[in-house]
Design a protein around this ligand. Structure first.
Ligand code: GDP
Ligand code: IMO
Ligand code: MG
Length: 429
């Protein structure tokens, strides 16, 4: 098993953090390949010696960090907010997690600066608001592709860093004042703050592509951790209501500097129902008391921003599309337990427009906004599943639901998650 990619198959928050933490026991390296601190990956550690279980929300550091034998890589495809990373490192250190010698930071990753967050916020005040996380993601990737970005490696050369920062802050100030009539940023204050990050990050910075390729030669097991989800992918998602990177599996190669030939397996994480944060089409959204129940029972509030997540039934039509663009071979279904109390559970099997069946997945938001989902109804199991540890012991109706979904998606179900903790995971054989 050289590289296994873990991708979110929906609109993010599928439970990638939980599954990556669970799988990390058997890998050597976990590597994040895209996105930034817009991600919120939750890991719940089991209770220890009279202490209660502990929940961590990771934004940048890979979800393998709680396994001491695992090395964690932040790849070149990530946009890195140095302040957010420092805060996260400190929180983990305070909780007794060793970071030194375990965290590797790509020298090619682009940096998120205060002006990226200001530009993100300013755009979100306009009419074309898409409900971003406000973490500066779009503007930072914009600079990357405009070839004006500042990278981690620039932190190591103060002259270069100061020159580039001055140029970018001045350009951002012009935009901020002309386009958005907001206050301007203080060039010297930012330069003073950010040039100190060379000392703070020096020990972590390395050529992570070289590191990963050397690890591949030694047959080390690598898990590539995606953030967000396929339907938020800038190329394949519900554009323009997407993030600015490629969460889809292809992003793992470019975002880590590893060859496609090293990829052994692609696992899609699928929540047993659907959620979405922010604006954009959501064909199976439930704007009624059923949606509210899913939100309440599933605790569907953003791990990064705390916003209530929009909730709806599982959407097999969107999932088939996601499976296709990712090449997903196996699925981990999460949050099955959230459906325990529902008498009836629905799954969208396809879309219609104006009463006619759609044969191609619409990738323009205008069409996706008006599709009529066709539902198949399943009988609920009305039994608590969170204490079950054997797939065969799940209620018959729960297995029927899972097996029907597997059939609709023409993809095997590899594991089922019935709770946020590591041990609440069932392997399907
Ligand atoms: P990620 O962004 O894909 O890592 O997912 P998030 O951490 O943003 O959101 C998933 C939420 O569901 C977190 O609060 C997890 O602790 C929780 N969770 C994960 N798996 C399960 C599960 O099987 N059952 C329940 N009830 N909660 C889960
Ligand atoms: P994880 O990794 C869910 C959404 C935002 C917004 C859109 C663009 O925890 O699954 P951005 O800040 O990226 O420019 O916002 O993408 N979004 C997420 N939704 N989970 C995430 O990450 C998300 N990261 C971004 O809500 O709609
Ligand atoms: Mg999340």
């Amino acid at each position: 098993m050289p590289v296994q990619i873990i991708v979110g198959a929906q609109w993010g928050d599928e439970g990638k953090g939980k599954i990556v933490d669970h799988l990390s026991e058997k890998v050597d390296i976990v590597a994040r390949y895209q996105g930034g601190a817009n991600a919120g990956h939750t890991v719940v550690l089991p209770a220890k010696k009279g202490k209660k279980e502990k929940e961590f929300v990771l934004h940048l550091i890979p979800s393998g960090i709680f396994h001491p034998h695992v090395k964690c890589v932040i790849g070149n495809g990530v946009v890195l907010d140095p302040v957010a990373l420092m805060t996260e490192i400190q929180q983990l250190k305070d909780a007794g997690i060793k970071i030194s010698g375990r965290l590797l930071l790509s020298h090619n990753a682009h940096l998120i600066m205060p002006y990226h967050k200001m530009l993100d916020a300013a755009r979100e005040r306009g009419a074309e608001k898409i409900g971003t996380t406000g973490r500066g993601i779009g503007p930072a990737y914009n600079d990357k592709y405009m070839r004006t970005g500042i990278r981690v490696v620039d932190l190591l050369n103060r002259d270069v860093l100061c020159k580039k920062l001055k140029r970018n802050i001045e350009a951002s100030n012009e935009l901020l004042s002309k386009l958005y009539q907001t206050q301007e940023l203080d060039v010297d204050a930012i330069i003073n703050e950010y040039q100190e990050f060379d000392r703070k990050f020096d020990e972590y910075i390395t050529d992570t592509s070289e590191y990963l390729n050397a690890a591949l030669k030694k047959n080390k097991r690598i898990l590539a951790e995606g953030a967000q989800g396929a339907l938020l992918d800038v190329d394949h998602g519900t554009y323009p209501f997407v993030t600015s990177s490629n969460p889809t599996s292809g992003g793992a190669c470019t975002g880590l500097g590893i060859p496609p030939t090293s990829i052994d397996s692609i696992v899609g994480i699928v929540k047993a129902y659907s959620t979405r944060v922010g604006n954009g089409p959501f064909p199976t959204e439930l704007k009624d008391e059923i949606g509210d129940r899913l939100r309440r029972i599933g605790g569907e509030y953003g791990a990064t921003t705390g916003r209530p997540r929009r909730c709806g039934w599982l959407d097999a039509e969107s999932l088939r599309y996601s499976i296709r663009v990712n090449g997903i071979q196996r699925i981990a279904i999460t949050k099955l337990d959230v459906l325990d109390e529902f008498k009836e559970i629905k799954v969208c099997t396809g879309f219609k427009v104006g009463g006619k069946k759609l044969h191609h997945y619409p990738t323009d938001s205008q069409t996706l906004d008006v599709v009529e989902p066709v539902f198949k109804t399943f009988q609920g199991w009305l039994t608590k599943t969170s204490d079950i540890r054997n797939y065969k012991k799940l209620p018959k109706e729960a297995r029927q639901y899972i097996e029907a979904v597997s059939k609709m998606l023409d993809t095997s179900i590899w594991m089922v998650s019935v709770g946020a903790r590591r041990d609440q995971t069932l392997m399907v054989r």
